[in-house]
Design a binder for this molecule. Structure first.
Ligand SMILES: [Fe+2]
Ligand SMILES: [Fe+2]
Length: 177
């Protein structure tokens, strides 16, 4: 594996752990506002992000490389005023992650690393879902506006999201992680 590839994957491990950290910060804020359902949704999302990081961690080890863990930055959630701000920031972050994943795919092709090219496809597909999930909730929030009882109902709906192990090894090779 080339140095460039090792570096981009180590960076992505950090991006995914940061994503988990960011969603946890969102969960903290939402719960403080009384939105326990939305907070729970964010905590599930954080667990999935942790799985995404561990998938990349596993891939490096399987290729005979040692993952290098970098410092995780503290997320900034202070400026948010409402649920719409938070989910919009989440979508913005997911778009950034999609760009990172696309860069990994491009580098895999450039360096003719076919194993990475195949592996990273799971993340490309996952990003479609991540962006569409966030967009769906944002659309609902825009529709609802400041209708309190509708916000309450949406919060109840978000509470039903369950954690299902995520990542490229979640279904085929769970025991390995
Ligand atoms: Fe992720
Ligand atoms: Fe994500």
């Amino acid at each position: 594996m080339t140095e460039k590839i090792k570096e981009i994957i180590n960076n992505q491990i950090n991006e995914e752990f940061y994503s988990a950290y960011l969603y946890l910060a969102f969960a903290a804020k939402l719960e403080k506002w009384g939105f326990k359902g939305a907070a729970s949704w964010m905590k599930v999302q954080a667990q999935e992000e942790n799985d995404h990081a561990l998938g990349l961690f596993r891939f490096l080890l399987d290729r005979g490389e040692e993952p290098k863990l970098k410092t995780i930055a503290g997320p900034e959630a202070e400026s948010f005023k409402n649920m719409l701000d938070i989910f919009s920031a989440g979508l913005g972050h997911e778009k950034h992650i999609t760009a990172c994943i696309n860069n990994i795919y491009e580098l895999a092709r450039e360096e003719k690393d076919y194993a990475l090219e195949s592996f990273i496809k799971w993340y490309i597909d996952e990003q479609i879902e991540e962006e569409s999930n966030a967009t769906e909730i944002i659309d609902k929030l825009k529709l609802i506006g400041d209708n309190g009882s509708a916000i309450y109902m949406l919060d109840q709906e978000l509470r039903t999201r369950l954690y299902i192990p995520s990542g490229p090894y979640a279904t085929s090779n769970a025991a390995k992680a």
